[in-house]
Design a protein around this ligand. Structure first.
Ligand code: ATP
Ligand code: MG
Length: 283
């Protein structure tokens, strides 16, 4: 069996969640300490710990078979890779921001201005699409101090909460790109049996994470009302309780409408609601 290589971030915002998802897939390995490569003892896989900027090219050039990296980094690198799965973490948006007192309020106002960014390729394409000629000043980090230093009139940078912009007296006004961490491979790698096996495991873990297991008690006369609130489930499991006229219902619900559902279930007569995390869902 061929040993695959997967490249993940060595340290930084994506490292912890990348390691977590692989561990949740049942893979057993040592996390990054000083060695760049870690072998998985129970799957034909080696993990390469790299700087995130290097991951798209490593996968494109076949040094790694798979990688976990932000879409922003892949697009900026212009790497030819295949997106295998969005992973639901590392979510952020590339935005253009200007000082609070700036008169710039729409994209066309950027004409002739200087914009500082670490994402010149993505920004250039965005400006072209919007027919704006601006001067791109590429800097590798701390872009948000650009306007304060007189280096630029605006910035184009990654925003997740907006706190960094705010504390630097900047306000965002245009969204250039949304991004999250994705699993990437080389073109055609989705047909490799080991890749497929790993991909199936990752999908099971993601699906389990997005759902909760619910057990609740309900009087038989309210059962239909409660079941009608769980449309996603084909047929919930019903177990009679010792107390006459009562049943326990077992079901799964989506994490995203969790609170809304729980409240509606209570109103419909559900009692003793227990919600549990699900580790894996195999389909
Ligand atoms: P490396 O040392 O690996 O090059 P880095 O400093 O370039 O790390 P991090 O700051 O760890 O990168 O961010 C990694 C990725 O996390 C980003 O490319 C982006 O996809 C995602 N991300 C999510 N939220 C944020 C945020 N608030 N700021 C920056 N990146 C974010
Ligand atoms: Mg980086």
């Amino acid at each position: 069996m061929k040993t695959l290589k997967i490249a993940i971030q060595k340290s930084g915002r994506l490292n912890e969640k990348s390691v977590e998802i692989l561990k949740n897939c049942g893979l057993s390995f040592e996390n990054y300490k000083s060695s760049l490569i870690s072998s998985v003892s129970n799957f034909p896989l080696e993990i390469l710990f790299l700087r995130d900027d290097d991951i798209p090219e490593y996968v494109q050039d076949g040094i790694a078979d798979l990688g976990i990296v932000g879409e922003n980094v892949i697009t900026e690198a212009g790497a030819q890779v295949t997106y295998l799965q969005k992973l639901g973490f590392g979510k952020c948006t590339l935005k253009i921001a200007v000082p609070n007192n700036s008169t710039v309020s729409e994209i066309s106002d950027l004409e002739g201005l200087a914009i500082a960014t670490s994402y010149p390729v993505i920004l250039e394409k965005y400006l072209q699409e919007n027919n704006v000629n601006a001067q791109i000043r590429t800097i590798s980090g701390s872009v948000e101090i650009g306007p304060g230093l007189g280096l630029s009139d605006a910035i184009c940078d990654i925003v997740s909460t907006g706190g960094t912009l705010k504390s630097n007296g900047l306000k965002p006004f245009a969204e250039v790109m949304q991004s999250e961490a994705v699993l990437i491979g080389r073109e055609g790698s989705e047909f490799n049996p080991e890749v497929l096996e790993l991909l199936q495991r990752i999908k099971s873990v993601l699906k389990a994470k997005a759902t909760k297991y619910v057990v609740l008690n309900v009087a038989r006369e309210n059962l239909e009302k409660v079941v009608s609130l769980l449309p996603g489930v084909k047929s919930p499991t019903i177990v009679p309780l010792f107390e006459e006229g009562w049943v326990a219902l077992h079901s799964v619900i989506a994490e995203q409408d969790f609170w809304e559902k729980i409240n509606a279930l209570k109103v419909a007569g559900a009692e003793g609601i227990v919600v549990m995390p699900i580790e894996k869902i195999i389909i």
